[in-house]
Design a protein around this ligand. Structure first.
Ligand code: GDP
Length: 195
């Protein structure tokens, strides 16, 4: 799936803008600064593909990429900006809710969690949305190179305990580092296996 060309298709700001739901699709969600752009760039081997700096208040777009002639890969806007205006947050939540509940071809959401911080309340909010929409989701821990080996087990335990409360969660976690390449091939294989 990642051997073919990966192209940016379009940025979407409303449900009417979604491309035809004619193929399987996966999406990435995560708090701003979690390392989502870096992960997408690492997965696709394309440095500038996902914009690496997301600015608060920027148009909240759902970015669509095509993976070869297979899946759509969808980059959801980062959530949890402390400074984001309430109106922006509400608009984004409405779009997100509609997207998650209404996109029949959405096969799996990957929820990115900073391996140093574990699952925070804003992450739980998105997981609750995914439960409600019955969209299966899998947690991808990011920036694994930044945690010490001795802290790994503690974080993994916290994440596993929190996930147990979410019916839509896959128990299997993926630990990644876009910097060091850890887990990137594993994640590619997981995505390629989704149909
Ligand atoms: P986004 O806002 O979720 O798209 O996050 P970015 O991909 O822009 O990353 C936010 C910051 O974390 C940047 O300074 C990145 O260089 C850094 N970062 C992202 N992934 C990693 C990683 O795997 N390891 C380390 N050490 N830093 C990372």
């Amino acid at each position: 799936l990642f051997a073919g060309p990966v192209d940016f298709l379009k940025g979407v700001v409303a449900m009417e803008g979604l491309p035809p739901d004619d193929r399987p699709e996966i999406c990435f969600a995560g708090r701003s600064n979690v390392g989502k752009s870096s992960l997408i760039n690492a997965l696709t081997n394309r440095k500038g593909l996902a914009r690496a700096s997301n600015t608060p208040g920027r148009t909240q777009e759902i970015n669509y990429f095509t993976l070869g002639d297979g899946h759509y890969m969808v980059d959801l806007p980062g959530y949890g900006y402390a400074e984001a205006p309430v109106a922006v947050v509400e608009k984004w939540q409405r779009l997100l809710r509609t997207y998650l509940a209404g996109r029949a071809t959405l096969r799996r959401a990957f929820v990115l969690i900073d391996a140093r911080h574990g699952i925070k309340p804003v992450d739980e909010d998105i997981m609750a949305l995914l439960d409600t929409a019955a969209v299966s989701f899998q947690v991808v821990l990011t920036k694994a190179d930044k945690i010490k080996d001795k802290d790994r087990e503690r974080v993994l335990k916290q994440v596993r305990e929190k996930l147990a409360a979410h019916p839509a969660a896959y128990p299997e976690l993926v630990l990644t580092s876009s910097e060091k390449g850890e887990g990137i091939a594993t994640l590619r294989t997981i995505i390629a296996g989704i149909d």
